[in-house]
Ligand binder design. Structure first.
Ligand code: SAH
Ligand code: SF4
Ligand code: F3S
Length: 446
């Protein structure tokens, strides 16, 4: 179509939250570029501004409405620009009500299950000049074949499922992403074959709980089966996935780590707490012992496997003893790294109404102790890399290293900085690790 190839203007997307949101933003960018929009370097002055929101972030509401305040000023300078807000916060009626009432200059609101409708909403907004809203609260099927604008040529996210059925009592995601829905294995395999023909070497399979892939949809094949099928795709050299729920981490999946050479030896396995009593209150459906058993089994099949995790500090009712259980688990598990979160209430989740909310001072005290312990372990784990030669997928210029320094990841997901021409981005190269720190490794190409 002629109109599709015309330049329509520029767009800027601001993304918060997890890889699911990053992946959705790639689809939004892909659709905009298909329709003739160009990516802008800066938000200021761009014709379409999209904010893709996350509800898990601490203080999500205040930060989001603060952002809108800034965007309002940008729109005042360029009144024909169109502002669209989307993502997990839009699935909360409380939030969309406030936007419609107090931020009525926002042009388009769309939900996590309406991403495919965005181009039509944008067209209608331009043609009819009216506000456009589309927020569904359930999804019949995942729309296939949408274009996507990837950040890297040589690696890609691949969504294998949407939603979550687990209802951990602190978490908003089941309410913002709807029920679990998996894509058929053939569709995923075909997408990865196409990606590989397009030069992609590394895929990261995405889902809130990839270990329950296919279970609710009755494909007759599970997540481990899917990994075996992806292993056979020519051109793909590395397979990663996230996130895994410990309750569904099957023996077949653990076995796959021992059998599939392309499956990277790294698992992100959020534990949340080391207290079995609190894990029960969180509705996580496993115990501290079960979790430590899983790690042992994983390390039995892949000695070098890196394990990363998420931990929440200050869940309602967390006693000193509960917290000491978490510290004990951390010492036993020896995580390669961890994301730590201060528990914060999410409207509409059961835990927000629990008694014994933990005072901020205690939360912070525990949090600091935990982070100190975790950092020490991370530094020790990283120090073991010194002198080793690691295969690193070169990503491009390092964010911190300065001129002529590139960054890349080992198969265990460690970030490495080394001198290298950025023209080598996308290559798998041997790097000798010469120095290590808590947050990254340094090395030399060999
Ligand atoms: N699906 C993933 C995690 C999604 S949310 C999983 O099940 O592991 C990412 C992380 O945010 C969670 O692992 C948890 O550690 C943290 N988180 C979620 N809700 C939170 C809350 N209300 N307060 C603090 N941290 C929270
Ligand atoms: Fe949230 Fe739990 Fe689902 Fe993860 S598994 S998204 S923490 S409800
Ligand atoms: Fe946030 Fe939504 Fe992901 S709430 S963590 S962006 S699924």
């Amino acid at each position: 179509m002629k109109s599709d190839s015309q330049k329509r203007g520029t767009y800027f997307i601001q993304t918060f939250g997890c890889q699911m949101n990053e992946r959705d933003s790639e689809t939004i960018a892909g659709m905009l570029e298909r329709d003739g929009y160009e990516r802008a370097e800066e938000r200021d002055g761009s014709d379409v501004i999209v904010v893709n929101t996350c509800s898990v972030r601490e203080n999500a509401d205040n930060r989001f409405f603060g952002q809108l305040g800034v965007i309002k000023k940008i729109k005042e300078k360029n009144p024909s620009s169109i502002v669209a807000v989307c993502g997990c916060m839009m699935q909360q009626k409380r939030v969309t009500d406030i936007i419609k009432d107090k931020y009525s200059w926002v042009d388009i609101i769309f939900g996590t299950m309406n991403i495919d409708e965005f181009p039509a909403l944008l067209r209608e907004r331009r043609e009819l000049g009216q506000h456009e809203y589309a927020v569904a609260d359930s999804m019949e099927h995942i729309t296939e074949g949408l274009p996507s604008k990837r950040k890297y040529k040589f690696k890609s996210f691949v969504n294998i499922m949407n939603g979550c059925n687990n209802f951990c009592t602190y978490c908003i995601v089941p309410y913002t992403r709807g029920r679990e829905k998996s894509r058929p294995p053939e569709t995923i395999v075909n997408e990865i074959k196409k990606l590989s023909m397009d030069g992609v070497k590394e895929v990261t399979l995405l889902g809130q709980n990839v270990n329950s892939y296919g279970k609710a949809d009755g494909f007759g094949s599970d997540f481990a089966d899917l990994l075996y099928r992806i292993e056979d795709i020519d051109g793909i050299e590395r397979i990663r996935f996230m996130t895994s729920h410990p309750k569904d981490c099957s023996d077949d999946l653990i076995k796959a780590f021992g059998e599939l050479p392309k499956l990277c030896p790294h698992i992100h396995l959020p534990v949340q707490s080391g207290s079995s009593r609190l894990l029960k209150k969180m509705n996580r459906k496993y115990t501290k012992e079960h979790y430590l058993d899983l790690l042992e089994k994983l390390r039995d099949v892949r000695e070098d496997i890196a394990v990363t995790t998420d931990i929440i500090v200050g869940f309602p009712g967390e006693t000193d003893d509960d917290f000491e259980e978490t510290m004990d688990l951390v010492r036993k598990a020896r995580f390669d790294s961890a994301f730590t979160f201060l528990y914060s209430k999410r409207d509409g989740t059961p835990a927000a109404g629990y008694e014994n909310q933990i005072p901020d001072t205690i939360k912070h005290e525990r949090f600091n102790r935990l982070v100190e312990e975790l950092n020490e372990i991370t530094a020790e784990k990283n120090a073991a890399y010194e002198g080793r030669v690691e295969k690193v997928l070169i990503e491009g210029p390092s964010a911190r290293g300065g001129e002529g320094v590139c960054a890349g990841r080992t198969d265990t997901f460690k970030l490495v900085n080394f001198r290298c021409s950025e023209s080598r981005a996308g290559e798998l190269a041997d790097v000798k690790i010469t120095e290590t720190g808590t947050f990254s490794l340094y090395g030399e190409l060999i």
